[in-house]
Write a protein that binds this ligand. Sequence first.
Ligand code: SF4
Length: 56
Amino acid sequence: MNNCKANHCIECTVQQCANHCERENYCSLDRIMVGTHEANPTMDQCTDCQSFQLRK
Ligand code: SF4
C-alpha cells in the first residue's frame, strides 16, 4: 500500500493483511478489533485481529 497512513499506536507484522503498511510494521486503521477463537484464552496465540482483511 503506497501512501499508507501508519497508525503508530498499532504495531503489526501481518504483511498479508490489506490494512498493513508494507514498508512499516504498522496498521493503517484508526482502530482495530481484537478477539479470540478460544472459549478460555490462555496465551497470545489465542487472540486474533478481527479487522484482518486478506490482501488481494
Ligand atoms: S487489521 Fe489487524 S492484521 Fe491487519 S494490519 Fe491492522 S492490526 Fe494488522
